[in-house]
Every structure is written in C-alpha cells, then in structure tokens.
Design a protein around this ligand. Sequence first.
Ligand code: DGL
Length: 264
Amino acid sequence: MQKNAPIGVLDSGVGGLSVLKCLHAALPQEDFIYVGDTARTPYGPRSEAEVRRFVGEIIDYLAGRGVKLVVVACNTLTVLGVETLKGGHPFEIVGMSKGAELVLAASPSKKIGVFATEFTINSGAHKAAILAKDAGADVYPKACPKFVPLIEGEQFGSAAVREAVAEYAAPLKAAGIDTLILSCTHYPLIQQEIEAEFGSGVTVIDPADATAQDTQAALAAQELLRADGVGYLEVCFTADMKRGARIASRVLPAADCEFAEIKL
Ligand code: DGL
C-alpha cells in the first residue's frame, strides 16, 4: 500500500459529506475519493442483503481507484460490521464511531437519545455500545425515516423538516434526555433544526470528528499517513451530480473539490 494513495469514503448519498468535512480538516494532506450512492439512497429502509450488495460494489470501485483505506461514512453500513464488508481487499475499513464515550461524557443525567435510520436502530448497536460502558444509562433510540429523503431532497430550513424533527424529538423530550447522538451521517446537515427543537438543555453530538481521529490512528498504525502536501477532494455520485454538488457546497469548503457522476 502506498502512502500517497487516496482514502476512499462512502455513503448511501450526501450524508457522508459531513464526515468527509471532518476527515479533510483532520488530514489536510490526504487525497480523498468520496462515493455517494445517490441513485439508490436511502439505504435505511432496505434489506441487509441489498445494502451488502450495494456497499460491495462501492468498495470494489474504490479498490479499482487504488485507495489505501476506506472510511464507511454511514452508520447503517457500519452496524453490519466493517470487517464483513472487506470483500477480500487488502486495505483497512474504518466505520463510524458509535460515540459511546462522547455521549456519556456529555450527559450528566445519563438519559441519552439516539437518532438513526430504522436499520441502525433495529440493530441495537448504539444502545448496546453505551450500556457496555455504563449499564446504568437510560438510552432512548428513535428511528427517523423521514429525515434522509428530506435532506437528499434539499428541504433545508423547510416546514417539513421542522415538523419531522418535532415528531421524532417529542418522545425523547418527554423522556427528559440531556444528550442526543446523531447516528446517521445525514443528520448533521439538519443539526441546526434539531438543536432548535431540543433547546439549549440538550447537547447534540456528531461522532464525525471521533471517526476522523479513528481514521488517523488507523493510518498511523500502518505507517500510511502522508507527511506533507495539500490533498484534493474528488466527490462522486451515482446520480444527480448537480444536486449532490449543491448540497456539498453547503457542507465542504469550496476549494479543491472536483465532482463526477460515476457508474458502479
Ligand atoms: N447516511 C447513512 C447513515 O449514516 C444512511 C442513510 C440512509 O441511506 O438511509 O446511516
């Protein structure tokens, strides 16, 4: 594996851009190739067999591009177990941090909410990760199936987003949570609306920075960190490149970013 090879980053759509932003900030000397499967988003309501097939195709594509590591910037895919996604490729795969330490450190009352896709919530992975560190915590998972289509549909700041946020927040507010983790990489794109609904008494955690730290550590352990240079971002979508680029311009620094539409 070459130090100068790019890092692959993937998601079902535009959500993983929120992780790419943190990766680029933490590792500015690295090149990144992002693949968002906008042709088949959302993954959250799909079957395991289907999402395994899709992610296998993306990882094969990234392998063909010569990546040195892949970041699965998607919780729905991470809960499948990143080791099981390797498909015989030699590079390491880093999944999304479950953020258990972060939420426990942020929560005085240990009443913690989890917002994620149905797939992720049904896996129970985030609740289990928090309880493994503190068996006395009260964890309130909530599936939010309306969010990804609204975000992919660029409904930022709309009444539809505010209504969906209010609907999903209601049971967690009633439970008295003081901390909420966004365990879907799309949700930081509407973090403002989520924070406004919960108010200042609830700390909202995005585990993307922790994921970037995990990626840095994985590269360092394999002596694959690039020492210098200025990295580029190549952002690929499987459909609707213009829409993806518009959303990317909300999330990423405008400079050093090229867009492409690809077929898997
Ligand atoms: N952004 C993804 C996640 O973190 C997937 C959303 C979806 O496609 O349903 O779970």
